[in-house]
Design a binder for this molecule. Structure first.
Ligand code: UDX
Ligand code: ADP
Length: 456
């Protein structure tokens, strides 16, 4: 079949792989290829065992792969034939030099820019998909224009707002698609081409355009606002624990205010994931670079609050269990940074596990999808893993719910209680269990932002 457009994405990670799969499914007239330097990852995308767990993704890939969706390591070949190049390579936090621990590490992105400059043929649209610091497009344009390839490039910013665990739905029915461009005629033509691509399945009123710097900043700002909501409700949860207020009741009352809204008000042991901490710190770093120290500090507290909340969770365990965890057995229910994903990047579970080990506790980790990643994250540490939560809890002193997997709500807690050491403790870091029921069974129950239920 003759395809009308050749679309590629450099970087076949969570964002690149999933986004290309949905574009391919929605645009059968386009040939869509995701390329990556990681040959193992590409082999998995081409297999029956995808490199990521994402509900609904298997189906989408099965329908399009081999027809108009391809995964390949031939990056230069893909660039040569591309009309539109999405760039979705990793932009982790810098772990060295200037801005270490805060600024975005742009080395993979710059390598990609140069590679596009070397291999592209004809007029090409380059779309920033990963989250970049504001004004990254400027650097991309400079690199491409000084490589003297004779080609013309238009750089657009089209940040991805998908959340893991709901990525396919977020892509199929996005709240909005944002496309940032310059305002010259060629840039506007490129922007309209990308608008037309999304119009294949997204209503036109949900596709918004802006200047390119606004688009870059909007992604950082959206993640900062979301992270701030979690830190805000977590700050309230601390206060609730001191005053016998209940954070769920407070969140419901606050969230019913139309101006505030009810989402992202679940108190937890802290947020995780590859974006929130990284993007807020990137924003903090950028503010500092512009000399905006008060603004930087304001956002920095979102991350500091999150660190405090993670520490507090373990401090509560320590205090409740008579100030010693040495030799005690703790079952961690969940290791993924949230439910419905196997991703463990920046998961609060890793901090909890390390802090418990520092107290000489013995820990067993269970998770339906994240055990392989957990093994890798905690390599060399004395930790036991099992996919079976009953086995994890058996013989333990405490169960700590770290990930909000819904399966943990429906376990047989009578059976779990019978199999545990006494006194038995539950620390619900996600407030997903029925606390009064657990208390009736005999557990000592410690939720987040609520009165603890203790038998002694
Ligand atoms: C986030 C943004 O939501 C998404 O738009 C962006 O593109 C990437 O970053 P993601 O990291 O996949 O997505 O997960 P998200 O659902 O935002 O959750 C982040 C963390 O916050 C998780 O650890 C989650 O458990 C925690 N969280 C979320 C809470 O603790 N309480 C809440 O009410 C909501
Ligand atoms: P995200 O969650 O933002 O999608 P990932 O880390 O899952 O982030 O994906 C980024 C992908 O980019 C990885 O698969 C990585 O191998 C790939 N990548 C990094 N640098 C390059 C590069 N120079 N060329 C092609 N792919 C790259």
């Amino acid at each position: 079949m003759e395809f009308q457009k050749n679309i590629i994405c450099i970087g076949a990670g969570y964002v690149g792989g999933t986004t290309m799969a949905v574009i391919a499914a929605k645009c059968p007239h386009c040939r869509v290829t995701a390329v990556d330097v990681d040959a193992d990852r590409i082999a998995l995308w081409n297999s029956g065992n995808l490199p990521i767990y994402e509900p609904g993704l298997d189906d989408v890939i099965r329908k399009a792969r081999g027809k108009n969706l391809f995964f390949s390591t031939d990056i230069d070949g893909a660039i040569r034939g591309a009309d539109i190049i999405f760039v979705s390579v990793s932009t982790p936090t810098k772990s060295f030099g200037e801005g270490e621990g805060m600024a975005a590490d742009l080395q993979y992105w710059e390598k990609t820019a140069r590679r596009i400059g070397e291999s592209a043929c004809g007029d090409t649209i380059v779309v920033e998909k990963s989250t970049f610091p504001v004004r990254t497009a400027f650097a991309m344009e400079r690199i491409l224009s000084t490589m003297n390839s004779g080609n013309r490039f238009q750089v657009l910013s089209n940040p991805e707002f998908l959340a893991e665990g709901s990525a396919v739905r977020d892509l199929e029915e996005p709240d909005r698609v944002l496309i940032g461009s310059h305002d010259g005629p060629e840039a506007v033509a490129a922007r309209d081409e990308l608008v037309a691509l999304y119009e294949n399945w997204v209503p036109r009123e949900k596709i918004i355009t802006s200047n390119i710097w606004s688009a870059e900043l909007s992604k950082l700002a959206a993640n900062a606002f979301l992270a701030q909501r979690v830190s805000s409700i977590n700050a309230i949860s601390v206060f609730c624990e001191k005053t016998e207020a209940d954070v769920t009741e407070v969140a419901r009352a606050v969230g019913m205010d139309n101006r505030i809204g009810s989402k992202f008000l679940n108190a937890s042991l802290g947020f995780g994931g590859s974006c929130f901490k990284k993007d807020v710190l990137s924003l903090v770093y950028l503010c500092r670079c512009y000399g905006l120290h008060e603004v930087a500090e304001y956002w920095n507290w979102v991350v500091r609050m999150n660190e405090y909340q993670k520490n507090r969770f373990v401090q509560t365990m320590l205090g409740a269990m008579f100030n010693t965890l040495a030799g005690k057995k703790v079952a961690l229910f969940g290791f993924a940074f949230k439910a419905d994903t196997g991703d463990t990047r920046e998961t609060p579970a890793a901090d909890v596990a390390r802090s418990l080990l520092a107290e000489h506790a013995e820990i067993t980790i269970t998770d339906p999808k994240a055990i392989e990643n957990a093994r890798r994250d905690l390599a060399g540490l004395p930790v036991t893993f099992t996919p079976d939560p009953y086995e994890a809890a058996s013989g333990s002193d405490a169960v700590a719910v770290v990930t909000d997997w819904s399966l943990y709500k429906t376990l047989d807690y009578e059976k779990i209680f019978q199999s545990m050491n006494k006194p038995s403790f539950v620390f619900d870091g996600r407030n997903i269990l029925d606390h009064s029921r657990l208390f009736e069974i005999g557990f000592n129950v410690f939720p987040i932002g609520k009165v603890s239920l203790v038998h002694f």
